[in-house]
Design a binder for this molecule. Structure first.
Ligand SMILES: [Fe+2]
Length: 433
């Protein structure tokens, strides 16, 4: 099956109690949800999501990574998403859009980025410490060239437009959220980002407005969950528990813009191509204990309701939400976690803020695998506040407050600021907020 993992990596499992079990925030959160929605509704929802996952996973296994929609930027930028594209993106929560930047342009940008990193070695930080590849630079010329590129901005707007909100308080006009870049050399194993979901771990359950996003799931009707509703989500606090791994800004899609080629086992990305049911399953999982007999594990009715225990599998307040084979068996991870197809410089990969994904643990290729993390961020009242501050910070030489970096990027060799920005780019960077 195309995209399937050949051998499951040594990613951590989350089926045993973790250190959070006695944490009062976990205890209070679980109690509050049971009080608000009731055991019966939670049980009904649990059985429904597990049953739905049975056919969803069958379809993923059958299709392999062909299930991930692939669009050509040429077509999308000209005509928008077709109804078929839209339907597939909404179901899988992800999309690859090829050729957003012309390939030669992306290759030149990579050369420039590589030079910038090398020129500023010793000043800019990178992690993991032993094998640096995630560079904590945010305001570099290459990043800004891509983010402000008219084709990229137009695509961000189209992606934001897949969400809906009737409140009139938001728009699909993109805002730029500063994130880092990756330049990963070959032959380094990286197990640090196994299957996980961004956008705020325990906050999903604990922050009242964020919990409201998933109300239909907790109310016993997970089939009604609308994963594309910005109306409630725009006000959700996703970093209730502040930590460097959390973004304070809602990202409609997190995105990769590739600067070099990458493919399976060569520093790529893996996606779990289903959004609405998977997030429902993940949210309900802390309320149920698996049956004693392993042979019964896939039978949702044999899981017991767990009122008192406070084990949230894979949830740590200061981390993204992690998932694993043993803690989340109905996801059939070994069969359904997919490498994306081969990516070329200038191609982009996008995934919904609730989508489970993982960084390729292997890089067996021969050249660096490099991407710029550029999200699609719609304009919302909460986001405007952050973006305005982000702009003031970076112009003053401070790295954005979400990043906790302490480097003055305006002093880096080759720094160019925001010269030659179009009016659209200035708007997206927050100049008119
Ligand atoms: Fe992530």
């Amino acid at each position: 099956m195309p995209g399937q993992i050949h051998k499951w990596p040594a990613w951590p499992e989350y089926n045993t109690n973790n250190s959070t079990s006695q944490d009062q925030d976990f205890v209070d959160t679980k109690k509050a949800i049971i009080e608000e929605f009731g055991q019966e509704n939670l049980q009904k929802a649990w059985i429904r999501v597990c049953e739905d996952l049975s056919s969803i996973t069958d379809e993923i296994v059958e299709q392999g990574n062909k299930i991930i929609p692939i669009c050509s930027a040429e077509q999308i930028l000209e005509n928008g998403f077709s109804s078929n594209d839209e339907e597939r993106i909404k179901k899988t929560g992800c999309v690859i859009i090829r050729g957003v930047l012309p390939r030669t342009e992306a290759q030149e940008l990579y050369t420039e980025l590589h030079q910038y990193i090398s020129d500023n070695q010793g000043t800019i930080n990178a992690w993991p410490v032993e094998t640096p590849s995630m560079y904590e630079i945010y305001d570099s010329p290459v990043q800004n060239t891509i983010r402000s590129h008219p084709r990229h901005l137009k695509l961000q707007k189209l992606l934001n437009g897949l969400w809906h909100d009737k409140s009139g308080e938001t728009s699909s006009d993109p805002l730029i959220y500063y994130d880092g870049v990756r330049d990963r050399p070959p032959k380094q194993i990286f197990l640090g980002l196994g299957p996980h979901i961004d956008a705020g771990s325990l906050s999903r359950w604990a922050a009242p407005t964020y919990r409201k996003v998933y109300e239909s799931i907790f109310s016993g009707h997970p089939e009604d969950h609308d994963a594309w509703n910005l109306e409630v989500r725009k006000d959700a606090v996703q970093d209730l528990f502040k930590a460097p791994s959390h973004s304070s800004v809602f990202r409609a899609f997190q995105g990769w813009t590739a600067l070099t080629p990458s493919k399976a086992r060569e520093g790529s990305i893996l996606l779990y191509p289903n959004v609405a049911t998977t997030v429902g399953y993940m949210l309900l999982r802390p309320f149920f204990n698996p049956p004693e007999n392993d042979a019964d594990i896939m039978d949702a009715r044999k899981w017991s309701f767990d009122e008192s225990g406070c084990h949230f599998p894979g949830t740590e307040k200061d981390q993204s939400q992690f998932l694993s084979r043993s803690s989340h068996p109905h996801l059939r991870f070994e069969e359904c976690m997919m490498h994306v197809p081969e990516i070329q410089p200038g191609d982009t990969v996008w995934w919904h803020s609730d989508l489970c994904h993982a960084v390729d643990p292997e890089h067996e290729g021969t050249q660096n695998s490099s991407v710029a993390f550029i999200a699609a961020v719609p304009t919302t009242p909460m986001t405007k506040v952050y973006i305005k501050k982000q702009l003031a910070d970076v112009l003053a030489g401070s790295q954005p407050s979400d990043t906790q970096g302490k480097v003055n990027e305006t002093l880096l060799k080759g720094y160019r600021g925001h010269e030659n920005f179009s009016d659209d780019a200035r708007r997206a960077f927050g100049y008119y907020l």
